[in-house]
Design a protein around this ligand. Structure first.
Ligand SMILES: Cc1cc2nc3c(=O)[nH]c(=O)nc-3n(C[C@H](O)[C@H](O)[C@H](O)COP(=O)(O)OP(=O)(O)OC[C@H]3O[C@@H](n4cnc5c(N)ncnc54)[C@H](O)[C@@H]3O)c2cc1C
Length: 384
């Protein structure tokens, strides 16, 4: 038997669940279309922690675990700390984010969440879209596709951000005031690497060993990186690992073919939500979800993830070119950005909302030789 809905959201990760959350949050007394979210995983992909910047008085409506006004960078004993009175770096744990969305959806008669239901095929049928899943067939008015990008596209990314993390519980309260954004930066034969440290609460810390690489290194390499990071930051030992988190974020993902029908839009990482130069996507996805939900509730059509400004795309592409060509210079580049770009300008750039002079500050902070060399080189050689 075919099921029917006005709109199917394929994929219940950050983008899919953000859209459901926003629809439920904004609906009020307005008519809600029949929305079915179809997710492959039996639970959700809860082993994730999203960090993002937002203005102090204007954060997204998400369950924040911890929030900071300071973040640090370090390399070879040099430390740069950024502090801001205007911006916060906040952290959301995926479990809380998904649990809250499921609880909200349970109380709404027109919203259904189907987990453990991989989508097998999406067929454009003209006036309806047919979604074939392992658990049956859906006939949908519109589809918002947030499934991950195809493997072949990920394989053609210019770079991968790959990390292995551990949430640890420490015997003594952890007294660092902020986030270790890019700590102990370095470069070795496997590429550029750094540690990321987030105190989730007084005795619970997320430590992630991160690498920017052309191809995934062996698992043992990442295990070794994580062990070394734990040694570096918690030499006294006594901590206990309570959860592990790992991920691969494509940076410089090639554009896809786009949706096969005007009734399908794409969002999330498959639609370019991940920033090429940083791997950040959470805030861009929240902004899209707010706008998309508003359009739907006003009786319009769902919208796909919007394109970034040409300036930001150019700047991201340039930074990525530099990192790909000169991984050994990456620690200097990020230390220079941390030292020469004012914290608020840095954050506006990272947040995807820079003023023109912020972009100029970022450009000026890049080592001049590398920057001009890369412009000349990429002008001649960059694909796409
Ligand atoms: C571990 C990790 C940590 C990250 N941390 C940050 C961060 O701190 N800050 C930040 O800004 N960005 C971060 N990112 C980048 C980005 O925010 C995330 O990748 C984000 O989850 C992207 O959202 P998405 O909805 O596009 O993809 P996903 O969240 O991956 O969601 C896609 C969903 O589709 C489902 N799916 C797959 N195949 C099918 C199928 N056939 N049928 C149905 N469903 C299917 C998957 O199970 C998944 O739930 C992180 C990425 C990872 C991997």
């Amino acid at each position: 038997m075919e099921r029917c809905c006005d709109m199917a959201i394929l994929g219940g990760g950050c983008a899919g669940v953000s859209l459901v959350r926003e629809l439920l949050r904004q609906a009020g007394s307005r008519a809600m279309p029949r929305v079915h979210l179809i997710e492959a995983d039996a639970g959700f992909g809860v082993n994730k922690t999203w960090g993002f910047w937002h203005p102090v008085d204007d954060g997204p409506a998400v369950p924040v675990s911890a929030s900071f006004s300071e973040w640090t960078f370090s390399c070879g004993g040099r430390v740069r700390a950024h502090r801001s009175q205007a911006w916060r770096y906040s952290v959301v744990e995926a479990r809380a984010f998904f649990d809250e969305a499921v609880a909200l959806a349970q109380h709404h008669p027109r919203v259904e969440i189907h987990t453990g239901t991989p989508v097998l095929e999406v067929i454009d049928g003209g006036d309806r879209v047919k979604v074939v899943t392992s658990g049956g067939v859906w006939s949908c008015g519109h589809v918002v596709d947030t499934r991950p990008p195809e493997r072949a596209r990920v394989d053609y990314s210019r770079m991968l951000q790959i990390f292995l993390g551990a949430e640890i519980v420490t015997p003594r309260p952890y007294d660092r005031p902020g986030v270790g954004l890019m700590e102990s930066m370095g470069c070795d034969s496997s590429g550029f690497h750094f540690d990321y440290l987030v105190p989730l609460d007084a005795g619970r810390i997320l430590v992630e060993a991160t690498r920017f690489v052309a191809a995934p290194p062996p698992r043992e390499r990442l295990e070794h990186d994580l062990e070394a990071a734990l040694q570096r930051h918690f030499p006294e030992g006594g901590h206990r690992i309570v959860r592990r988190e790992s991920g691969v974020i494509p940076m410089g993902l090639p554009a896809g073919d786009g949706p096969a029908s005007p009734r399908i839009v794409e969002a999330g990482s498959r639609a370019g939500a991940v920033r090429d130069s940083s791997g950040y996507a959470f805030m861009d996805i929240q902004r899209w979800a707010v706008q998309c939900a508003r359009a739907i509730l006003e009786g319009g059509l769902p919208m796909g993830h919007p394109a970034r400004s040409r300036l930001l795309r150019w700047m991201d592409g340039l930074l990525l070119d530099v990192l790909v060509a000169h991984p050994d210079r990456a620690p200097d580049i990020f230390m220079s950005l941390a030292g020469r770009v004012a914290p608020d300008a840095f954050v506006r750039f990272m947040n995807g909302t820079p003023r023109p002079r912020d972009v100029l500050a970022v450009m000026k902070a890049l080592p001049a030789g590398l920057f001009f060399g890369t412009i000349v080189f990429s002008g001649k050689g960059r694909r796409g």
